[in-house]
Design a protein around this ligand. Structure first.
Ligand code: OGA
Ligand code: MN
Length: 268
């Protein structure tokens, strides 16, 4: 199967890691998705930008917002995560686990005002992105999930629980760059959304919302350090991993709405 990369991936990626290494901020919508597209006509659908305004990204159900929270808010969220998680062990790899090497916590309220403000915006952004969707649960899921992955930790391909959870999953990517990979359940043409495997680079403090096709018709996964290096190497013509984008310890903050079951309220 013919696979190719978006022709503009490299210059945009270069710009992105320059921004990372200098600490420069790039306000506004994250300016790129990179990835491979496989197949004929589907692959020729054109470059995908990554903002709500971009028809390809919007059609897929992807919202990306770089620098969505401030460094102060990130620090507050990490402090909360550390209070709950430091000192607990990362789970050992297990063959049937969706997540390999991780520790996690569920949180309903954040006392720190910066952390609370960041989570409130996270939730509202996910909710707003799915305005008008057939929201079966009608409410936000009360828990926010904190997931802590060491460099060798990864989240295997899966879809979020179809009954328990609703129309969106909104995530904040903290501490380390990470690559999120989306793979269509069906062949691209059958899926009708015109894209094959999509790799999305999340930078520290990037928000993503997956909804629509990406929520229902794609699996998602978060690559470990080795997978990240491989994915990023492929996304540049030169091959080696761009500096500053190594996957280190990564913490995510995940918000969702409720699904058909409501909150622990029905069949699931
Ligand atoms: C999950 C998940 C993604 C992330 O917890 O189901 O896919 O960004 N998390 O941590
Ligand atoms: Mn998930």
């Amino acid at each position: 199967m013919a696979c190719y990369r978006y022709s503009w991936s490299r210059p945009r990626l270069r710009g992105a890691w320059r921004a990372l290494s200098t600490g420069a901020t790039t306000p506004g919508w994250l300016d790129f998705v990179f990835g491979r597209r496989c197949g004929g006509a589907a692959g020729a659908a054109g470059a995908a930008g990554a903002s709500d305004a971009d028809p390809v990204a919007a059609g897929l159900g992807l919202v990306l917002h770089h620098n969505f929270i401030t460094e102060q808010e990130e620090a507050a969220l990490l402090a909360h995560a550390d209070r709950l998680l430091l000192g607990t062990d990362y789970s050992q790899a297990h063959y049937d686990q969706v997540i390999e090497r991780y520790r996690e916590a569920s949180v309903t309220t954040f006392d720190d005002p910066d952390a609370a403000a960041a989570v409130r915006r996270l939730r509202l952004t996910g909710w707003a992105a799915t305005a008008g969707a057939p929201r079966r649960g009608k409410t936000m899921y009360p828990h926010v999930q904190l997931i802590d992955l060491p460099p060798e930790g990864r989240i295997h391909p899966h879809r979020d629980n179809m009954k328990l959870f609703g129309e969106f999953t909104a995530g904040l990517n903290l501490l380390s760059p990470a690559v999120m990979r989306f793979v269509p359940l069906k062949a691209p043409a059958a899926a009708g959304v015109g894209a094959g495997v999509i790799d999305v680079l999340l930078k520290p403090r990037t928000l993503y919302v997956m909804h629509g096709a990406l929520r229902w018709q794609y699996t998602h996964e978060v690559l470990d350090a080795a997978g990240t290096a491989e994915a990023l190497g492929k996304s540049t013509a030169a091959g080696p991993q761009p500096p500053g984008l190594e996957r280190g310890r990564r913490v995510s903050v995940i918000a969702r709405d409720t699904g058909a079951a409501g909150f622990f309220g029905g069949l699931w």
